[in-house]
Design a binder for this molecule. Sequence first.
Ligand SMILES: C[S@@+](CC[C@H](N)C(=O)[O-])C[C@H]1O[C@@H](n2cnc3c(N)ncnc32)[C@H](O)[C@@H]1O
Length: 373
Amino acid sequence: MSGETLARLLARRIVVDGPLSVGAFMGEALGHPRFGYYMRQDPFGAGGDFTTAPEISQMFGELVGLWCVDTWARLGGPAPFHLIELGPGRGTLMRDALRAAAMVPAFAQAATVHLVETSPSLRARQRETLSGVAVHWHDRLEDVPEGPTLLVANEFFDALPIRQIQKTPHGWFERLVDLDPAGTEDAPRFRFVLEAFGSSGNRLVPESLRDSPDGSVVEVSPASLSVAGTIGARLAAHPGAALAIDYGYTHGPAVGDTLQALRRHAYAPVLDDPGEADLTAHVDFAALAAAARAAGADAFLPVDQGEWLERLGIRQRAAALSARATPKQAADIRAALARLIEPEQMGKLFKALAFATPGLFAQGNAPAGFALA
Ligand SMILES: C[S@@+](CC[C@H](N)C(=O)[O-])C[C@H]1O[C@@H](n2cnc3c(N)ncnc32)[C@H](O)[C@@H]1O
């Protein structure tokens, strides 16, 4: 047998422990300390598997930075405060945000930068991108010291594990990942099965979806709800606000199988070659908002990314950048602008959601680009 792979490791685990939940499979595929997708490589950009908004254009991080400055000012300019990013990728968003925020030196002086990142290789990449900035890295949000907070997370929640529960004529059963008999010990293959007794999955199905047709799949992300709860509790205890941008739906709870794998900018079978492809699922924004509210924070209505960026002035920023650009650069700026805001590109699928300390941003004074729910 040649070297160890995550597929072989998971196959042996399934032989010993039985089938894995989709969440356990996804968690290992993305986060296994040695073989997890994010642990080993830099997946971003044209040469990688996917591209994110901060990698498309500096305008994205700049506007997030200005949102932070404006929100901080409306909080009364707490000093010091924690500027936290969850899942910062290459560090590009934070770099562009800090460059834009440098216009307000008091903000930059008051900010302590915290990056919550589990991947050592991406931490190294962030260190390069943010050289010259004093950065504190953490494995978990809970490890960031308490205090006034501004938190941002772009395409973080879509990377957190989900569980899937499927309706059958006999009730709701959790989907599990089992060995596919077509595989071998050397080259294992995986397939979806349903749990045998239907008790663990059953409990996760929201009341409003219980009568869905047979075959319907409900997704729940306990890991995301836990992070949203931690954000909510933090904002309930200290003045602050949080901004999460991701792709997903606002009409939840809803049925639908949204788990997908991306490899070199193309969809791939989700159970093939764990650790080699990015696995994501649509984010249930209503569930995130409910979890943050339950923990004591205010949550604002989610806004389409395109609309949110327009409200923050992305067209003006694009015009300012184009005014001193070469024709080729101006064309690139136009293309990036379209990619970020056009409805058929990222503009509608991606949404922005904000949370804040209760009562600090009353109606008419919501964080920039948002309205109170
Ligand atoms: C899809 S990338 C988004 C990167 C970046 N925000 C961007 O927009 O380019 C997801 C990021 O979250 C990190 N990540 C995934 N799961 C995590 C977890 N449980 N805790 C902390 N970071 C995590 C990944 O290593 C990666 O940096």
